[in-house]
Write a protein that binds this ligand. Sequence first.
Ligand code: NBG
Length: 798
Amino acid sequence: MFKNKYQFKKIFARRIVEKYGKSIENSHVTERYSVLCEMVRQQASFNWKISKETISQLEAKQMYYFSMEFLLGRLLTNNLMNLGFYEVVKEGLEELGLNINELEELECDLGLGNGGLGRLAACFMDSIATLSLAGHGNTIRYEYGLFKQRIIDGYQVEVPDQWLKYGNIWEVRKPKYSVRVPFWGEIEISSDEENNLICKHINQEFVRAVPHDMPIIGKDTKMTNTLRLWNCEPCDDVANIKDVSKYLSSVREITQNVYPDDSTEQGKYLRLKQQYFFVSAGLQSIINNHKEEYETLDNLSDKVVIQLNDTHPVLAIPELMRLLIDQNGYTWWRAWEITSKCFAYTNHTVLAEALEKWPIEYLKKLLPRIYMIIEEINRRHISETYKKTGDAEFAEKTSCIKDGLVHMANLAIIGSYSVNGVAKLHTNILKDVVFKNFHQLYPQKFNNKTNGITHRRWLVYTNPELNEVLQKYISDDYIYNPIELEKLMDHVDKRDLQYEFLDVKQKRKFILSKFIEQETGIRIPTTSIYDTLAKRLHAYKRQLLKCLHIMYLINKIKQDPNFTMHHQTFIFAAKAAPSYTFAKKVIKLITTLSDIVENDETLKKHIQVVFIPNYRVSVAEILMNATDVSEQISTAGKEASGTGNMKFMMNGAITLGTLDGANVEIHELVGEENDVIFGLKVEDINKLAYEEYNAREVMQNDPELKKILDSLIDGSLSPNKDEFKIIYDELLYKNDEYFVLADFKAYCKAQEEIQARYQNKEQWAKSCLINIAKSGYFSSDRTIKEYTDDIWHTQRIF
Ligand code: NBG
């Protein structure tokens, strides 16, 4: 334990010798990094112990966040900052002749996830601990993170993300708390003396789930929670393994990759295995813990709440039933009473293809007992619904077993006491459209929890320049109470502040431009408007719309020798799922446009196009705060919330967006002078779809648009005329599912509005400051308070 820099220096130097048998001067930077992180973790361990003891003494209720994804990013800086030791360590290292940045930069991102859903889980962990609540994470310890993206000849190439290359210093392996998870086999049914049904699972194949715990450190609090990562290992105490090497490789693959390709039958089985593996292990450890504490499971739902992050962990519902009935002797009725009070479900998408449905056959084979339980849950649900409504057809519509498939979202709603969407608009769509029948049946279950982000990571720590200016005007209260950012409203008209803000932006742009040059070789002036679209690549997010606008500008610049505009840089960052051909073509289109512009001095005078490879948390940390224009241009009704929009806003970027997801709430808060909203609204889209939207007609009525679309297939972008045909076909032969063409004109106009507004520097700065002032609402501290008050009912521990 160190309290000041002198103690720190002494311990640090001693540890280097103890661990590596070297002096500091002779140690390698990775060795210094490793010793520093171990010291930080040990420092946190004292609080970890106190937290566990206090929770136990208070007999406090605990929340468990079950999620397939946790996109933690880097942890060293955040942990040091939250512990309040950053300056001590920085100075101590400096006096030893070492630079803390070098160690910070060494850390691999913990990329155990894909996008917003995983990052949300990570932001929540920070707020939960900081608010001194007992809330833990439960997930998979993937051997490889989501792939590393490289760009070769303009195409995305995936390489493995070996985040464990140097080990994960933050985790502690705890084999003592391993549990066994069963797959396959058959169910033998018999009855006991009292005629109760006894189900015995036989011939199953077991794997071992080994927990690796990471401390989640809150800001300036003792509260330290646990993120439990489950690793899959072989069992050595089972007799019926026929082929050991086959068994070993089937064990290994369970925790190998984030979202393995599920286009094949084998891939689907693997995903199901992953899902069951981490929920079964998580529940078993919760139950073991609870029994040790209370010697009964009768009060489980008073002491435990499990938040299901989307449908991926929904097998937890039948699994808890199994554990209660088969392993703890509860009756169905009592088990259901407990289970249905333990779970709350968050929906994160309305896209039909993302609402998981599993073929009955797969579940029956892989998880025979779980499937039996799902059938029984559903049978009782349908019968009760029929009793309640007298409408058999209606009851059938809410079934979770339909057309040979198990509908996981339906199972989630049936088995949870709370169902929430992640932004107001999204929750309304859930109630009125996607889960309309369920909403009629259980109106009291539905509620909204607009997403949030941890403003500590996304502003205080990663934009120190802005933090300094904010503290000067409104003190540091906002670090603990983000709504205090609103106080900035008293100052937004001050010229001094406006120029200080613009100066901060310049500094951040300088940092980003250096990074971009290093990664792509492209140099961009810091006087340019930095206009960024950074999120997963998906058709509904409409990266393509931005491409069409760039092509439109290219044509204009070429046609008009007197063309003028403020230099604007169009920045993209996005990974495409490896099997998503269309999305990968859009990346190729972006990199093609980037090359065209870079090789043409006339174009380059006005615009530049950049694709930043391998988008991840640590890139977002320097990208968001250097951005002037935040692009949030999804088809209205499709983006559940978005959280990037909040990060940009908080760092003083103007949203250029559609009325979708949380953009709607940003717009309500900042007003139309301080964002640029364009395009079709949800109602317009519904109407257009109903009236049979015709993309071809839109093109034919707009000669400029036609020219742009033709260039996709006439060889002017690529010598291979077929290169972008799939994009052309999507728009014109498949009738533009996401209304890109319908919104094209409005988007071009919105971009002109950005250009016009940027001319007035002071007014622009004022708008940015208003965005910052209003962004406190989007702190995950606010979101977590709402979850706590309305759903979890957990108490402050310290
Ligand atoms: C994503 C949505 C985003 C939302 C995040 C977090 C999935 C399935 N959903 O709009 O697309 O911000 O979840 O709620 O990843």
